[in-house]
Design a binder for this molecule. Structure first.
Ligand code: SAM
Length: 195
């Protein structure tokens, strides 16, 4: 297949924005696959901040990072992602080059613990403020679980309200599959376009 999967497309977009030495956020750590990807991409001089509300997820992610010997590049918070601005050090505010959200439930975990629009949308808003000019956010959305469609709709409402002068957005869907994940990408413009 030549078309990338939604997850690999999200990584391709993040890779374009993220350089060694940069700071990045994994807003939904889960089993730590994206956290590990971000830690590899920012290199030894970079920093990754990760958020999850489940201790089980953070333990799995920590084990994954330790197996790769990359835990020293990552700070994990057992906090809801809508609190990311309060948790991140002031020196990285406005300097975050990439933020990844992978919504829904923890694979292999409790399917009743899901991301919810009332915290997801404030987290997206916080992330959009923390992002550096030229920075990228990827949001992988799922509709196959109870509450998923409502969350997807709330996220798209948030994205549609973003100023096109400040943000470029793109929504990638797989139209011939039921309940396939979709990808929302949000790029913060380096400069506002002239009128
Ligand atoms: N990116 C992860 C990976 O690579 O394994 C998968 C993430 S999983 C689809 C979604 C995660 O979001 C779950 O681990 C869940 O606990 C977490 N979550 C749910 N609500 C959250 C919140 N308010 N803040 C941060 N994480 C949350």
């Amino acid at each position: 297949m030549m078309l990338p999967s939604i997850l690999s497309l999200s990584k391709q977009l993040i890779r374009q924005a993220l350089q060694p030495g940069n700071a990045a956020v994994d807003a939904t750590v889960g089993n730590g696959h994206d956290t590990l990807f971000l830690a590899e991409t920012v290199g030894a001089a970079g920093r990754v901040y990760g958020f999850d509300i489940q201790a089980e997820a953070l333990q799995a992610a920590r084990r994954r990072l330790e197996a790769a010997n990359l835990e020293g590049r990552v700070t994990l918070f057992k906090e809801s992602h809508h609190r990311m601005a309060e948790c991140l050090p002031a020196e990285v505010h406005g300097r975050i080059r990439a933020v990844m959200f992978n919504l829904g439930y923890l694979p292999g975990g409790d399917h009743a613990i899901i991301t919810r629009p009332e915290t997801t949308v404030p987290a997206l808003e916080a992330a959009s403020r923390l992002l550096a000019p030229g920075g990228m956010m990827s949001i992988v959305l799922y509709t196959g679980h109870p509450g998923g469609t409502e969350e997807c709709e709330a996220v798209l409402r948030w994205a549609k309200a973003l100023s096109p002068r400040r943000f470029q957005t793109m929504w990638v869907q797989l139209p011939n599959r039921n309940h396939a994940p979709s990808l929302l990408a949000v790029e913060k413009r380096r400069e506002e376009p002239e009128t």
